[in-house]
Design a protein. Structure first.
Length: 60
């Protein structure tokens, strides 16, 4: 694993988050949220903002 790899944080329509290598095309159904960094930086960001793990469609 490349420790220098850059990641970006993605979110889908259900408000679920994912880490994605920054140099890869974003998959259909996902969009970048504007956070890019190391894997740890991106993981820390997701841990901070993704407080409700339920998909949006299951929230009241």
């Amino acid at each position: 694993m490349d420790e220098n790899a850059r990641y970006q944080v993605l979110r889908n329509e259900e408000d679920q988050y994912s880490l994605w290598l920054a140099d890869l095309a974003i998959p259909s159904g996902w969009h970048a949220v504007g956070k890019e960094g190391t894997k740890q930086e991106c993981t820390d960001y997701v841990d901070e903002v993704w407080t409700d793990m339920r998909p949006r469609s299951l929230r009241s």
